[in-house]
Design a protein around this ligand. Structure first.
Ligand code: CU
Length: 346
């Protein structure tokens, strides 16, 4: 990429087309004062803030959708796709949950016409959401089907030899991770092989949710949202931002909520290359439980900030029907894809 075209300008000038990667991609963002081609007639800046139909733009975005079927996963499905494993009972009465996870290289269409070679757990980004109850025995057979060494490093409490750091799994290799799930809360797993930032940024991460023994309050909706960036030109800076990997997905595909229903979000920040991420909901406040390890919220707010690997649980209800935005309040990230809509139905 031309040095003078920083990642901050990439999206604004229609970088997909500029890179020659776009194919069918058409970019909707006329809000690019100062970087568009010189015009013989000065155009008042704010006449540019309109979409193709002349309607006001509240967020930039892409025309069209990525091919979720070809990708093999859909961010909307990932919201509620909890994997409880193959369940059995050990002789001591403990619940055993067994998983099989393959590391696979997968070309993912991250924006219409833009293909990205992701490194994935089970062909999707984020990887499977592993969900269990505190005290369960977790057994994961990990097979590395890629062309690089990888591992699975879980956050939580476990033995050193199950930490996925000093035993990288070679190409074609296998490793069985086994540990008891603790503490309850919202955690994650990710590859821990050098260079770490690349292995994580490429897509090797997923949610690990440990429910307390006596459960959470019953919720109408429970969603997993993993915040990430996409560095499509591999220059160590993100070009797009998202939850559940595909930029603008939840702007195009609103999340339906029931009015007054309790919403619980397991929110994890796996963003590389940028120091902080944030989450903001419109016209409402939420209780925030950092790392999900306490039953007492630390905060009642509408915005929280997370550094990398920070995560937590959010709980809220919408009392009025309507359409509400949620997005990173690092607003630059929002304009580069990390934005979505809650549609509340009465
Ligand atoms: Cu790796």
């Amino acid at each position: 990429m031309n040095e003078s075209v920083t990642r901050r300008k990439f999206f604004q000038i229609g970088g997909a087309t500029a890179l020659g990667l776009a194919g069918t991609a058409a970019l909707v963002n006329a809000c690019a004062p100062g970087v568009s081609a010189p015009s013989p007639t000065p155009v008042p800046a704010h006449t540019q803030h309109v979409g193709p139909n002349g309607d006001a733009l509240f967020m930039p975005g892409f025309v069209g959708e990525v091919d979720h079927a070809a990708n093999g996963f859909n961010p909307s499905d990932i919201l509620t796709d909890f994997d409880y494993g193959k369940v059995s009972t050990l002789p001591n009465g403990q619940t055993l949950r067994e998983y099989r996870i393959n590391a696979v290289t997968k070309v993912v269409e991250v924006a219409p016409g833009i293909l990205y070679e992701a490194w994935t757990y089970n062909g999707r980004v984020p990887g499977p959401t592993i969900r269990c109850t505190e005290g369960d025995r977790i057994r994961i057979e990990f097979v590395n089907g890629t062309e690089h060494a990888h591992s699975m490093h879980f956050h939580g409490v476990h033995h050193a030899n199950m930490d996925g750091v000093y035993e990288p799994v070679p190409v074609g290799g296998k490793f069985v991770y086994e540990f008891d799930a603790e503490p309850f809360g919202v955690h994650q797993y990710h590859c821990h092989v050098f260079p770490l930032a690349e292995h994580i940024s490429r897509g090797l991460y997923g949610a690990f949710i440990v429910d307390p023994k006596d459960g959470w309050a019953k919720a109408e909706h429970e969603f997993v949202m993993v915040q990430n960036g996409v560095d499509i030109d591999f220059d160590g800076g993100n070009d797009f931002y998202a939850v559940n990997f595909i930029p603008f997905h939840f702007d195009k595909n609103p999340i339906m909520l029931k009015k007054d229903g309790l919403v619980r979000i397991f929110l994890i920040n796996m963003l590389e290359f940028d120091l902080v991420n944030s989450f903001h909901i419109h016209a409402n406040f939420f209780n925030y439980y950092p790392t999900g390890t306490s039953r007492t919220p630390s905060e009642y707010t509408d915005t929280i900030v997370q550094g990398q690997a920070q995560r937590g649980m959010l709980e809220f209800r919408y009392k009025y029907p309507g359409k509400y935005m949620f997005h990173a309040h690092v607003t630059e990230f929002a304009e580069l894809g990390w934005t979505g809509v809650f549609q509340v139905e009465g």
